[in-house]
Design a protein around this ligand. Sequence first.
Ligand code: PBG
Length: 333
Amino acid sequence: MVSSDPYTPVIRMRRLRRTPALRRLVAQTRVHGADLVLPMFVKEGITEPRPIRSMPGVVQHTRDSLRAAAVEAVQAGVGGLMIFGIPSHRDQVGSQATDPAGILNVAVSELSSELGDSTVLMADLCLDEFTDHGHCGVLSDSGAVDNDATLRRYERMAISLATAGADMVGVSGMMDGQVAAVRDALDACGDVDTAIAAYGAKYASAFYGPFREAVDSALVGDRRTYQQDPANRTEALREVSLDVAEGADLVIVKPAIGYLDVVADVAASIEVPVAAYQVSGEYAMIEAAAANGWIDRDRAIAETVTSIRRAGAQIVLTYWATELARTLTSGGA
Ligand code: PBG
């Protein structure tokens, strides 16, 4: 039987959700363009930007189109750029990574002249785009990735990128000791102000799939002997603590959405700024579902980026950075 004195709630959580203005006032997480970093690809030897099929809306840039898109991103209000280079020639040791005339070094140098201190220019410091086998380091005779021999290549690459004008190098190869090696090499050359963004917790993820197309990756197999196992959580804390001890100025967790527990753990225990990378597969899933009419694209983008911020990432690397910075600045989203 229904009671004659029906229960009415005393506490009404819905009060603060009634209007957009109320919701805006009490929102605990905001995304600002300045929190976002745009990853960009530049390819040697092309005359027109090339679409990346699995990442609709993202292209492999020419040097000119890279410059134009970088200026556009900075004007839209993004906080920084992360540049990846795709050379025409690859070899065993990734020579183009350390050649001042290599595509990444040239592009960074051009962007540095164009943009000066108006943004934070970051460059990916890894060999996978430059090696003919596609691994992030050099191989030993047995075919394994040789950790310490790779560090010697990273040291040289760091100096090349600093000389080209990178404000920050994104050390992404997951070799042991890579941050200390890079810091030492930079300091020894007087590049004491070149900062290090360390991919502290980088998991061996299927969600890098479209990135392999984006950089014309030569990789056969996977990176499970150096990137982290998705099953592990506390290992990430050990990785980032080591990176911070070795001199990382900022740490990156990657991918983002499947690893928000790791983002939260790292943010709670580390004192340097924490970034998370919403990777190519995260981008592709939302774009593909939206193209099929299965998901509201703009809401899905805003929701995922907000969630990454809410989990504790102060900075988000996302292929939607320019678009988001624009809408956020114009008061949308
Ligand atoms: C390696 C690197 C990768 C990504 C960024 N840096 C690929 C990998 O580790 O296999 C992936 C980024 C993305 O998927 O958006 N230099």
